[in-house]
Design a protein around this ligand. Structure first.
Ligand code: FAD
Length: 433
């Protein structure tokens, strides 16, 4: 009898189980709640939304909107349930969280191919398995994952600096240079005068932050200081830290700026840049306002905001295939936030791919690599091919898509073209699934 173990019935695990079950594969679905809760879940329902009730933008001018549309075409239980439980939310797809979770639970649980076990899994089972235990994976299983992946390839928190779309940086204001001209010129540098620095500093220390949850306070003890905390230690502290200008003389003037913010290329395609040393837990609105005070970033598009939160995830560029298979064990899959995708919809999408591919492997078929032109494929490509050294989780965004064949200046028009290409591509691709 063909079966797959799915561990975790969150956003990713529920979707994976559904995709398997509807392909005629038996699923042993392990969920530890309500026997054991995580620090953020409150119910015994599958796909519980632990924070916001919004699955973010629904329009096709938004990458996460395109992602949802691709998932609709692949019969996603998460998106179908969300559509059926939607509440008014402007351009976003927000849901009644109780109705939504109840619907996902009933649909998945009542499928005749699904058997649910309410228990904590602490070791990785033999046989075809999908691990989708999420950002708050239990300690027992985390230990086993550490042994599987190697200590250096499993992380317990996410302290990420904001990631920006290169197209939105004012390249006339910044300059390309590495400190002391060591190696090739690799960084985009945003120079600041003393006056600009003072304005930025005042905004930074008075901006609102997200309070850390009790279970997240340990992050501070890991020696990873948010930029606003560094700033609060004294006005000059950042000038000796991430904003230090030495060795970064502006080639256009030959002079050393008062302060410099450095941007480092984030993806192989060079469409995204992160801000060096700027991990932060400023609220998103405040984050944008403060960052837009940096010369060159006045109109910047932030594709992923800086965050500091508890998050268990593997170093996917090292250990995962774009099929969501573990590199050293072809019948072991990972899905959800664990893989370094970030967000409810992104987690569900990765569960969808892992479910489809686990079914294919069991049936002796080649697992699928979704085309990078699709939102689903662009994320799989990013998490498995980006630089393993600074790997941080990522939301769906158009910066992850391959460039369009022709350059389109207007942002809306560019996004529309990306969406059209993605949906055309997925339409053909769905036939194989
Ligand atoms: P989950 O949905 O967490 O599912 C994992 C499941 O595995 C859980 O049901 C858990 O009980 C179970 N489990 C864990 N360990 C075991 C084990 N050993 N054995 C059996 N079962 C186990 N994303 C957004 O888009 N919007 C938000 O507002 C948002 N807020 C967040 C707030 C917090 C506090 C956190 C931690 C994350 C947040 N995220 C948010 C990020 C992410 O999108 C969600 O965490 C999402 O639920 C991840 O989906 P998942 O399927 O990977 O994990």
């Amino acid at each position: 009898q063909k079966y797959v173990n799915v561990i975790g019935a969150g956003l990713a695990g529920s979707e994976a189980a559904w995709q398997l079950a509807k392909r005629g594969i038996n699923v042993n679905l392990y969920e530890m709640r309500p026997v054991k809760q995580t620090p953020a879940h409150h119910t015994d329902k599958f796909a519980e939304l632990v924070c916001s009730n919004s699955l973010r933008g629904n329009a096709l001018t938004n990458a996460v909107g395109v992602l949802k549309e691709e998932m609709r075409r692949l019969d996603s239980v998460i998106i179908e349930s969300a559509d059926l439980c939607a509440v008014p939310a402007g351009g976003a797809l927000a849901v009644d969280r109780h109705e939504f979770a109840a619907r996902v639970t009933d649909t998945v649980k009542n499928h005749p191919n699904v058997t649910v076990f309410n228990e904590e899994v602490t070791s990785i089972p033999e046989g075809p398995t999908i691990i989708a235990t999420g950002p708050l994976t239990s300690e027992g299983l985390s230990e086993s994952l550490k042994s599987l992946t190697g200590e250096d390839y499993l992380y317990f928190y996410d302290a990420a600096a904001p990631i920006l779309e290169k197209d939105s940086i004012d390249l006339n204001k910044v300059y390309l240079k590495s400190r002391y001209d060591k190696g090739e010129a690799a960084y985009l540098n945003c120079p600041m005068t003393e006056e600009e620095f003072n304005r930025f500093y005042e905004a930074l220390i008075s901006a609102e932050t997200v309070p850390l949850k009790e279970f997240e306070k340990e992050i501070y003890f890991e020696g990873c200081m948010p930029i606003e905390v560094m700033a609060s230690r004294g006005k000059k502290t950042m000038l000796f830290g991430p904003m230090k200008p030495v060795g970064l003389e502006d080639p256009r003037t030959g002079k050393r700026p008062y302060a410099v913010v450095q941007l480092r290329q984030d993806d192989a395609a060079g469409t995204l840049y992160n801000i060096v040393g700027f991990q932060t837990h400023l609220k998103w609105g405040a984050q944008k306002e403060v960052l837009q005070l940096i010369p060159g970033l006045e109109n910047v598009e932030i594709v992923r905001y800086g965050v500091m939160h508890r998050n268990t995830f593997i170093n996917s560029p090292k250990v995962l295939e774009p099929t969501y298979q573990f590199k050293n064990r072809q019948d072991l899959f990972f899905a959800g936030q664990m893989t370094g995708v970030e967000g409810y919809v992104e987690s569900a999408a990765s569960g969808l791919v892992a479910g489809i591919n686990a079914a294919r492997v069991i049936n002796g078929e080649e697992p699928l690599v979704f085309p990078a032109e699709t939102a689903i494929g662009s994320m799989a490509r990013y998490i498995t091919s980006t630089n393993a050294k600074n790997f941080q989780p990522m939301n769906a965004n158009f910066g992850l898509f391959p460039e369009l064949p022709v350059r389109i200046k207007g942002k809306k028009e560019r996004y529309e073209q990306h969406a059209e290409r993605a949906l055309g591509t997925i339409q053909n691709f769905v036939k194989n699934t």
